[in-house]
Design a binder for this molecule. Structure first.
Ligand code: AP5
Length: 214
């Protein structure tokens, strides 16, 4: 099964990706995580990527498309994958289509902008595992500490209020057109498109997903 998670920053894509991965045994391909890993390598390209991510802007289509194409070739993607944060532009969607990669299901996480800022600014992450917490909605057992390892949680540099507002604006301009793009694919019978109410509590969103995925 090849799935795309579509939705604004903080809509809950990464949180539910963990659930889907564990339940269905397909890998999560998060372009945000791939780019953060590349930037952590400290190469010249990595440093350029870091400054773009930290500013909340999008990295170039060419770079992200190349990363995804390489990742999809790997053995663990042979039975399917979960694209999280990709595609984010029509150019990116066209690029995977041109490769003959058929998408079975597009899941749109619908969350109004008013909720997004609180979600993103309250997010905390365990860097080594990418486990995601929220100080109010999904708090760790001990404040600022990962439940499984006891290691400290971090806040992403792009998770400040001003950067979330910028990222939301980019989402509405560059990524939202993908809704009509994949709805048209559904009309043509080439994919399935399902909109999810992402405002529900995490467990209820997972239950809705379980019903959709069967
Ligand atoms: P990326 O890492 O993809 O970030 P994003 O899309 O901005 O998405 P987020 O990770 O912020 O949100 P999410 O939907 O996963 O939310 P989460 O589950 O964590 O991209 C980062 C950057 O990389 C981009 O800005 C860009 O620069 C670059 N980039 C990446 N892909 C690119 C591409 N394809 N092209 C170009 N550039 C690219 O949830 C958020 C918080 O809410 C958490 O604290 C969570 O605990 C909480 N929460 C989740 N669900 C619920 C719920 N149901 N109820 C209450 N709280 C909830």
């Amino acid at each position: 099964m090849r799935i795309i998670l579509l939705g604004a920053p903080g809509a809950g894509k990464g949180t539910q990706a963990q659930f889907i991965m564990e339940k269905y045994g397909i890998p999560q391909l998060s372009t945000g995580d791939m780019l953060r890993a590349a930037s952590a390598a400290g190469t010249e390209l990595g440093l350029q990527v870091k400054s773009i991510i930290d500013s909340g802007q999008l990295v170039s289509d060419d770079l992200v498309i190349a990363l995804v194409k390489e990742r999809i070739k790997q053995e663990d993607c042979k039975n399917g994958f979960l694209l999280d944060g990709f595609p984010r532009t029509i150019v990116q969607a066209d690029a995977i289509k041109a490769q003959g990669i058929k998408i079975d299901l597009v899941l749109e996480f619908d969350v109004p902008d008013e909720l997004i800022v609180e979600r993103v600014t309250g997010r905390r992450i365990h860097k080594a595992s990418n486990r995601v917490y929220h100080i109010k909605y999904n708090p760790p057992k001990v404040a600022d500490v990962d439940d499984l390892t006891g290691e400290p949680l971090i806040q992403r540099e792009d998770d400040t209020e001003s950067k979330v507002i910028e990222r939301l604006s980019i989402y509405h301009n560059d990524t939202s057109p993908l809704k009509a793009y994949y709805q048209a694919e559904e009309q043509a019978g080439t994919t399935r498109y399902v909109k999810i109410d992402g405002t529900k509590p995490v467990i209820e969103v997972s239950q809705d997903l379980a019903k959709i995925l069967g």
